[in-house]
Design a protein around this ligand. Structure first.
Ligand code: FMN
Length: 369
């Protein structure tokens, strides 16, 4: 460690040597392979719970058990590959999110990131004491300072506060916590959102008598970007898109290749059946559904509380599971706004070295200037 080293990220009693959280990527894109590699390289590796059981043989008949089993297996595989920090990403919009949370905590996940909905109430099986002691480390993912305020006020009624927040801006991949007209509006830039979030947290930090770090993400691509955000008060960053084009990403080669082939104009905003806009790579499947075509499906489980499956033109779970397995004609790929910049596949360690190297170089240059 020297004066120009990238700082560690502290969340309660947890310390990540590198302040980079790999964003959870659902339906099999970030499982134990990617998460363990990121954790091993010093960041926080995250297994995404959304659709994790979709490739289990009994998913159609025993949806909840299949998800629980697959999540438990991925956490224990990750644990066998690294002693680094392993998180689980759970979307609150999932109809079985409480059972997934239970499984994640029982299986020894270090931290649980909860997004796609506001975790207003402390889940029934987690006592405020477990949260207070840092035993159940639940980190909400938000898109505004207002959401931070609402969550903190609500948790305070149970006598506790979150240990950290992830702030996800409109340049992220996957589902976005913004209305379509806000996505390109400079008033919703990550920097602006970060400033309002840090402001909103000030009083709650004082109440908690400890720091409540913010981890910012959405469009973070280089070590310069990381530095830029850390200078503005974020304690770490969440990055997902860059981890797709790594050797360890758990999706099929064709999924990664879609990123390598992508041009800037291929990125598009879709109206997801989940009821939120989402950022994805344009392909014939998305062109068809955008033009009004329906892709018939049967919904055996209603995996998303917010999905109006009777009206939905396609099943998003199946479309994403197909893409994860390389069947891009029958699905599509979620991607962040910078996905088109990827030009090669690297190992997670190479990527982390590059990001840290860039960060430390800017840090040094700025201290001389
Ligand atoms: C392929 C893909 C799948 C994603 N799936 C999820 C998910 O299941 N849950 C979630 O909270 N965020 C999801 N995200 C968002 C990421 O976790 C992350 O916060 C965001 O993409 C960060 O922006 P970046 O991709 O520009 O780095 C996904 C993103 C991508 C690219």
């Amino acid at each position: 460690m020297n004066a120009f080293s990238i700082p560690e990220l502290h969340i309660g009693r947890l310390t990540a040597r590198i302040p980079i959280v790999q964003g959870g990527m659902g339906v099999g894109v970030s499982l134990s392979g990617l998460a363990s590699a990121v954790a091993e390289a010093g960041g926080i590796g995250v297994i995404a719970a959304a659709g994790i059981g979709m490739l289990e043989p009994d998913f159609d008949t025993r949806f909840q058990e299949a998800n629980e089993r697959a999540l438990q297996r991925e956490i224990s595989r990750a644990r066998s590959m690294t002693s680094g920090l392993i998180g689980v990403n759970i979307m609150i919009a999932l109809s079985d999110h409480e059972s997934l949370l239970h499984t994640a905590l029982d299986s020894g996940a270090d931290v649980i990131f909860m997004g796609a909905g506001l975790p207003l109430k402390i889940p029934a099986m987690v006592t405020p004491e477990r949260i207070q002691s840092g035993d159940a480390m639940i980190v909400p993912i938000v898109s505004s300072g207002r959401a931070v305020e609402i969550i903190c006020r609500s948790w305070l009624r149970s006598g506790c506060l979150p240990y950290a927040f992830v702030l996800e801006g409109p340049l992220a991949g996957g589902h976005l916590g913004f209305r379509k007209n806000q996505i390109d509006d400079p008033a919703f830039s990550l920097e602006r959102l970060l400033a309002e979030t840090l402001d909103a947290l000030e009083t709650f930090r004082q109440r908690a008598g400890r720091d409540i770090p913010v981890i910012a993400g959405g469009g973070v691509y280089t070590g310069h970007d990381v530095y830029h955000l850390m200078e503005r008060g974020t304690a770490g960053v969440q990055m997902a898109t860059r981890f797709v084009t790594t050797k360890e990403c758990d999706a099929h080669d064709r999924f990664r290749e879609a990123y390598l082939r992508a041009r800037e104009e291929d990125l598009m905003i879709i109206d997801s059946p989940v009821g939120l806009p989402g950022r994805a790579l344009r392909n014939p499947f998305l062109n068809d559904v955008t033009a009004g075509e329906r892709k018939p499906f049967r919904c055996p489980w209603k995996c998303l509380r917010t999905c109006n499956f009777r009206e939905a033109p396609y099943c998003i779970g199946m479309a994403l599971a197909n893409a994860k397995q390389g069947l891009l004609e029958e699905g599509f790929v979620f991607a962040g706004s910078n996905a088109w910049r990827a030009d090669r596949i690297v190992s997670v360690q190479e990527l982390m070295n590059e990001l840290v190297g860039e960060y430390e170089k800017v840090m040094q240059e700025n201290s001389v200037a």
